[in-house]
Design a protein around this ligand. Structure first.
Ligand code: C5P
Length: 218
């Protein structure tokens, strides 16, 4: 179809959420936070005490997620879980269950459904490589582990969670390892992706760069 898609992939806490959201706002496009879908599945599994090694049960949960995105709020079965899914435990669980092919497969249709006129900005790990391989613009947003840990620390404190810098560094490293080394949809720059290192860049500058690339691609 002709509906344009911009994919913004990258490691955890690289700033892709903020950048993708703002690019979508600027262009009047829809926004897909694909990580939220993995987090919703993880939260669901934690709440139901689903065996986190049971690929089939987890895929079932993913397939039957009752979720909706209303403005900035994320609703799971009538409950506002916008903040709850940001907890570190949920993120870590999400990254574990994301290694299961059946879970990824179960979430594919849901993700494709976000592509609606006038366009979509999709953020995640495999948006450009797997879900939207023909995207008009693909960006791989990255930053040093230290820069990302610093941002995540601030995010957690701002949201009223407690945070410890050393734990965050270790968690980030572990999550990077899992995301880049898994055999299915590993985190790698998609073919044709522009790589943007935001270690020394603020969100305004990153947004401006993505918009510039997009303008050049149309
Ligand atoms: O981006 P976010 O940190 O919210 O994603 C949580 C986890 O979900 C990631 O660590 C990653 O393992 C997984 N994920 C994924 N594919 C995506 C988005 C997220 O595997 N497209």
């Amino acid at each position: 179809s002709q509906i344009p898609v911009i994919t913004i992939d990258g490691p955890t806490a690289s700033g892709k959420g903020t950048v993708a959201h703002r690019v979508a706002d600027q262009l009047g496009f829809h926004y897909l936070d694909s990580g939220a879908l993995y987090r919703l599945t993880a939260l669901s599994a934690l709440r139901r005490a689903t065996d986190l090694a049971d690929e089939h049960a987890l895929a079932k949960l993913a397939e039957h997620l009752h979720c909706s995105f209303q403005g900035g709020d994320i609703i799971l079965s009538h409950e506002n879980v916008t903040d709850a899914i940001r907890a570190e435990e949920v993120g870590n669980t999400a990254s574990k269950i994301a290694t299961f092919p059946a879970v990824r497969h179960a979430l594919t249709g849901l993700q494709l459904g976000f592509r609606k006129a006038p366009g979509l900005v999709a953020d995640g790990r495999d948006m450009g490589s797997v879900i939207f391989p023909h995207a008009q613009l693909k960006v791989f947003l990255t930053a040093s582990v230290a820069a990302r840990a610093g941002r995540r620390y601030k995010q957690l404190i701002d949201k009223g969670f407690s945070a410890n810098m050393e734990d965050l560094l270790m968690d980030l490293q572990a999550r990077d390892d899992r995301d880049t080394k898994r055999s299915i949809a590993p985190l790698v720059p998609a073919e044709g992706a522009y790589v943007l290192d935001t270690s020394e860049m603020n969100a305004d500058e990153a947004v401006a760069q993505v918009l510039k690339w997009y303008a050049g691609s149309t």
